[in-house]
Design a protein around this ligand. Sequence first.
Ligand SMILES: Nc1ncnc2c1ncn2[C@@H]1O[C@H](COP(=O)(O)OP(=O)(O)OP(=O)(O)O)[C@@H](O)[C@H]1O
Ligand SMILES: [Mg+2]
Length: 264
Amino acid sequence: MAHKIEIEHVSFEYEGKKTKFPALNNININIKEGEFICLLGNSGCGKSTLLSILSGLNKPSSGRLLIDGNEVVGPGVDRAVVFQHYSLFPWLTAKGNVLFGIKQSGKKYSKAERNELANNYLKSVELFEAKDKYPNELSGGMQQRVAVARALALESNILLMDEPFGAIDPKLRLELQELVLRLSKDNKKTVIFVTHDIDEALLLADRIFVMEPGRIKEELKVNLKTPRKREELVKTEEYQELYQKLFSLFYDRIREDIYEETML
Ligand SMILES: Nc1ncnc2c1ncn2[C@@H]1O[C@H](COP(=O)(O)OP(=O)(O)OP(=O)(O)O)[C@@H](O)[C@H]1O
Ligand SMILES: [Mg+2]
């Protein structure tokens, strides 16, 4: 069963030695079971901060976060996270990292089953050949793919992904987008996916939240038919309308900022 998530009046301040920085201000989002949510927004607007609260690593300064009606008090295996700065265990090989995810899932697999599952997850991110390498022997994009495989291996109902495909080349990125989309739909996973990429958001999301510093600027429902194939999707009028809308929401702000700076 997938999970529903309620973010109620969540604010968050980073506390330094002398100063406080308000990174989120009164965020309210209700996410249905099995929904695919994308968070879109410029650098520094609070996307990773919101994800850290969803993961339970940071607690809201005020407001609350509920999963299936229960308040979240810390991290849990019901939520798998791919961090923006993907963090693998350096003392484990690529396969060791994925096996770790499988063990964390708490499912009662035999050793042979765990081995086969790990191999399959590694194949799905095209890393089977590199399975015995350690993180420091892998490129950035390869490490990111191991982090994705490890998160999928947890088989959790909630997937929190912070720009998981940022360092991955376009062809494989397409394949991984389709993989995550298929897994989430087949297993009714609830996904919260951070991206800078409008195309990626439109391909994946049921709803998109556009953020500006500390707050949600706009919510957009994506009623494009599924399954979505990028080649067909980009030709439709609905897609182009949504793209234009997001583009102006996203870039007007940058234009305003540049204008303000040049006028100083
Ligand atoms: N540990 C921290 N201490 C103090 N301020 C922080 C800390 N982490 C983030 N911030 C501030 O909080 C704000 C939101 O940061 P966050 O990392 O959530 O942004 P983001 O939307 O994920 O950006 P990006 O797209 O660059 O990853 C930024 O202004 C940042 O400077
Ligand atoms: Mg971030």
